[in-house]
Design a protein around this ligand. Structure first.
Ligand code: SF4
Length: 328
């Protein structure tokens, strides 16, 4: 196995420079496309509810990700608290939209680097899987910078809602090995209504294009474990609200038909979804099949289909101590 790129960036001094550049931006925060300008170094909280410290809601070996990510030993998942989207149906709402509950979970980047080494040395996972990392990129980079001289050498997975700023992603080039963005919508107005966000579609597409430029198609090792590349996730929503057809066409025509796609059928009305009639139900078999057929038509042959009925396995509950996916 070759060493992850961040080790070379550490040795050349480039990683330290990037950490310093990113941390300076926290004074008038423009880390994500909201560019809300909060002074996070001086105690202010941004639109994403994140401040100077990092909220870490859970760390575990997750076996329910895509096979190339979970492998046989699990993916070392770090679930970050708070989020820069406000999805009314968020499956992780317990940690993404309850800042009061995240207050006790706040840790320094140094402690985050300890958690990364715990994943590598104690949990023996295949990778470090950063879930909802966008609002904490400077602190994550600081944690990686501190963990490298202590032996960190696992691939980094950036598992995001894709509402990421291209200038921030550029600072991650050579650090992130596997990008795992969720392309959520093909309509800005639906994104505004369901996730309280402006310009989602061009922003997410620009972000995913940048991710693809950096890492290219998925590469796996001799055990079929991901070592590098892009995997685009897409969660099918009821009543075609995710714009599945348009998004799949965009991937095939603007990126490449060889891009790896992970199609998720796990949607279940959680959080405030029952108050929004078009999404107050699961997806139907016909809705699922339509998108699956489309992958065939477009020649998108690489990836995974989450089968219908698998949603229970994927639904996390952060009330369970230690591991949101395993209940006793
Ligand atoms: S990361 Fe948070 S604080 Fe920074 S610009 Fe985005 S919403 Fe604002």
């Amino acid at each position: 196995m070759t060493d992850p790129g961040y080790i070379q960036l550490y040795e050349s001094g480039e990683l330290e420079q990037r950490v310093q550049r990113l941390e300076a931006r926290l004074e008038h925060c423009d880390i994500c496309p909201r560019r809300c300008g909060a002074n996070r170094l001086n105690g202010e909280i941004g639109s994403c509810n994140a401040g100077k410290l990092v909220a870490v809601a859970a760390v575990c070996a997750h076996r329910g990700e895509e096979p190339a990510i979970s492998g046989s030993r699990g993916s070392g998942t770090v679930f970050f608290g708070n989020c820069n989207l406000r999805c009314v149906y968020c499956q992780n709402y317990q940690i993404s939209q309850d800042p009061e509950r995240q207050r006790p979970n706040q840790i320094t980047p140094s402690r985050l680097s300890n958690r990364m080494l715990y994943i590598q040395n104690d949990l023996d996972c295949h990778n470090i899987n950063l879930v909802s990392p966008t609002q904490y990129v400077p602190q994550i980079m600081r944690a990686i910078y501190e963990a490298v001289p202590r032996g960190l050498n696992l691939p980094i997975v950036y598992n995001t809602n894709a509402y990421d700023a291209v200038d921030t992603l550029r600072e991650l080039e050579g650090v992130v090995d596997i990008y795992l963005p969720d392309l959520k919508y093909a309509s800005n107005s639906i994104a505004a209504k369901l996730s309280d966000v402006a310009h989602y579609v061009p922003t997410a597409r620009a972000a995913i294009t940048e991710m693809y430029r950096q890492v290219g198609n998925l590469v796996v090792d001799s055990d079929d474990i991901a070592v590098r590349g892009l995997i685009v996730r897409h969660l099918i929503l009821p009543n075609e609200l995710a714009g599945s057809e348009e998004s799949m066409r965009w991937i095939a025509s603007e990126l490449s038909p060889s891009v790896t796609v992970s199609l998720m059928a796990q949607y279940y009305p959680r959080h405030k979804a029952m108050e929004v009639p078009p999404i107050a139900r699961s997806i139907t078999t016909a809705e699922y099949r339509r998108v699956v057929n489309l992958l065939d038509v477009l020649g998108l042959e690489n990836g995974w289909l989450q089968g219908e009925g698998s949603r229970d396995y994927y639904l996390p509950d952060f009330n369970f101590e230690g591991h949101p996916f395993e209940r006793g």
